[in-house]
Design a protein around this ligand. Structure first.
Ligand SMILES: Cc1cc2nc3c(=O)[nH]c(=O)nc-3n(C[C@H](O)[C@H](O)[C@H](O)COP(=O)(O)O)c2cc1C
Length: 202
């Protein structure tokens, strides 16, 4: 059997309905239990099915385990101080607290170059990462969890870059958070197809 040409299991409408049901849940509304080791692996296996021009794997994830959250919190605090050296205790505390949210937290990192594959340009690499993120989010929902993406000003900070050991060619894009939904919200109204397609017949 040629697997690459076999139809997906399940119906097309079923797949579309699953996609429609996904919606952003912010990390503060994601609580224990989170994905176990097998489920975490499945999330990353889903990410690995993303399209990848030239198969250069231009992205990776840094999974931040519970034991590393306090250090991530200090990195967020440092990131704040890079932007505002006069930030007060409350603001610094809020920055640290963000690191404790969501049982599963991983930083999505794109490699923009430096690998001799520069003909695959940055926007193509980002498209590949976007596919990986979407697949990971959908898998999280299929596992019965909620999930969301968060970026913010810390992404470009020296503190976060150092904490996650990013190379000079890598960029932190966003965190992906997964966990049990404490407070969900209805999926948003999706844009009508007419808004995203124009047609040429000749
Ligand atoms: C790269 C990226 C970064 C994001 N960062 C944030 C963020 O910092 N805060 C936030 O509330 N949502 C963030 N989001 C999630 C979007 O807000 C969310 O996808 C959008 O509201 C659409 O809702 P939906 O995902 O439920 O369809 C991010 C999404 C992407 C693709």
């Amino acid at each position: 059997m040629n697997l690459s040409h076999s139809a997906f299991p399940g119906s097309a409408e079923g797949l579309l309905e699953s996609m429609r049901r996904r919606s952003q849940t912010g990390p503060r509304h994601l609580v224990e239990p989170g994905p176990d080791e097998g489920q975490r692996r499945q999330l990353f296996e889903a990410a690995a099915t993303a399209p990848d021009h030239g198969q250069i794997l231009p992205w990776r994830f840094v999974l931040i385990h519970a034991q590393a959250r306090a250090r991530l919190g200090r990195a967020f605090e440092q990131a704040l101080l890079e932007r505002d050296a006069a930030a007060g205790d409350d603001e610094r505390g809020r920055a640290r607290e963000k690191a404790s949210r969501a049982p599963f937290l991983a930083l999505a990192v794109v490699r923009e170059g430096g690998d001799g594959q520069e003909h695959i340009r940055v926007h193509e690499r980002m498209v590949s990462l976007g596919g990986a993120l979407q697949n990971l989010l959908l898998m999280a929902y299929a596992q019965g969890f909620g999930a969301g993406l968060v970026s913010g000003l810390a992404m470009d900070s020296r503190a976060l870059r150092e904490f996650c050991a990013l190379s000079e060619h890598e960029r932190a894009v966003c965190f992906v958070a997964v966990g049990t939904v404490a407070r969900g919200r209805e999926p948003r109204q999706r844009p009508p197809v007419e808004r995203l397609v124009s047609e040429l017949a000749r």
